[in-house]
Design a protein around this ligand. Structure first.
Ligand code: SF4
Ligand code: SF4
Length: 378
């Protein structure tokens, strides 16, 4: 927490980041080093690092207003745990975190006033970050801050924002608050915000570098990063966990752990049959990992929950495999292992077909919205 600084630039809002950082003793070389790290995190060509460094140097500190709705604060916690020795310092020099309920000193009426002032002073130019889903049932009365519904606060803050970044699966797809039976009529931000660009960075919580990388990209290039059909940055959500999983060779070879303490688990075999949702989960955990790149769930011996997917909580159980057993019925274990490689290709193929079926059955955001609407009209 001591790395977080919520300060206003004493030398004025027009000072460029390059000038500001020079004043603080940060060299151009450090800028380049940071930009090189960010382009590698975002899987951009290394040749883009100088352009990113230059863009950052010419940019002004970006005003960011962070709203918290129906959430657990895990996403805020995650962004404060970004790794890299200088990232926290740099990112909190690059942005002006003008309102952030979880971290700011002000509270109560003073906090409300601080946000209003920041919105007025930076009207049309701030980035609005939203954490948590929005309650819509019964006029949104199930989640209020300062006596106002989240719906009202969102509408007010969106008006002066140049872009909205929804962080976490709650803010993007409704998340846990939207789980059956969704008593508050929770929806993701883009259900309500249709007149401003919305970037979705799902995850429960999201990988911190996905949040920071997205903000840095906007700041450097003055435009949104490339997004997929669900408005997720392709750099972080373009591939599935399965695409980058180091256990993939075992999957292809048909070697699957059957329990968390069997020989296969000890040998690090694929966790598909223990419920791993990696094949249908779009996220960057297998590449960037967590806690300074130390590990991620699969590396720790647990399958992927698919926490960045819409409706992940209601998909039938974390430990339920995406498909039936990949071992041929009646085939003894030893024989199954002996022919593992041969069976593997077939198992993987049939698994892929079943994954496609699961994907087709996965509740889409539209289906979730329709369900919330239908429940609302009851
Ligand atoms: Fe918490 Fe997960 Fe929702 Fe973030 S997405 S607020 S970590 S429940
Ligand atoms: Fe990795 Fe899970 Fe895919 Fe197995 S099913 S290779 S553990 S992502």
């Amino acid at each position: 927490m001591e790395n977080i600084r919520i300060d206003r630039d004493a030398s004025g809002p027009n000072e460029t980041l390059g000038a500001r950082m020079a004043r603080r003793g940060v060299s151009r070389r450090s800028f380049l080093k940071f930009a090189s790290y960010m382009v590698s995190v975002m899987a951009l060509p290394p040749s883009m690092a100088p352009a990113m460094a230059e863009g950052l140097q010419k940019a002004r500190r970006q005003s960011v207003i962070w709203l918290s709705f129906q959430e657990c604060t895990g996403c805020s916690e995650s962004i404060t745990r970004a790794h890299g020795t200088t990232i926290e310092d740099l990112i909190f020099d690059f942005i002006s975190l003008d309102s952030f309920d979880v971290l700011q000193v002000a509270s109560g009426v003073a906090a409300e006033e601080a946000r209003k002032t920041a919105m007025r002073d930076n009207y049309g130019d701030y980035i609005l970050v939203v954490e948590g889903s929005v309650s819509t049932r019964d006029g949104g009365i199930y989640s209020t801050v300062g006596g106002r519904t989240n719906m009202d606060s969102l509408a007010e803050a969106v008006e002066g924002a140049k872009a909205v970044v929804a962080v976490g699966t709650c803010a993007t797809f409704g998340g846990l608050p939207m789980a059956n039976p969704n008593p508050t009529g929770a929806v993701g931000v883009d259900t309500l915000v249709t007149d401003k660009p919305v970037i979705n960075i799902p995850g429960c919580p999201p990988v911190p570098e996905a949040m920071i990388g997205t903000l840095v990209y906007i700041l450097s290039f003055g435009e949104l990063p490339a997004l997929d059909s669900r408005n997720r940055p392709l750099a972080f959500f373009g591939e599935t966990i399965h695409d980058r999983c180091y256990r993939r060779p075992f999957y292809e070879a048909g070697k699957f752990a059957k329990s968390f303490d069997d020989e296969g688990a000890r040998k690090g075999w694929c966790l598909y049959e223990l419920g791993c949702k990696g094949p249908v989960a779009h996220n960057t955990c297998a590449t960037l990992k967590w806690n300074g790149g130390i590990s991620f769930p699969i590396q720790s011996g647990h399958g992927c929950f698919g926490c960045a997917s819409p409706g992940f909580w209601d998909q039938g159980g974390f430990y339920k495999p995406l498909s039936a057993s990949t071992t041929e019925p009646g085939l003894p274990e030893a024989a199954a292992l002996a022919v593992g490689a041969a069976v593997g290709a077939g198992a993987a193929l049939s698994a892929r077909e079943r994954i496609a079926k699961v994907e087709a059955e996965t509740l889409t955001t539209e289906a979730l919205k329709a369900r919330a609407k239908a429940e609302d009209s009851k």
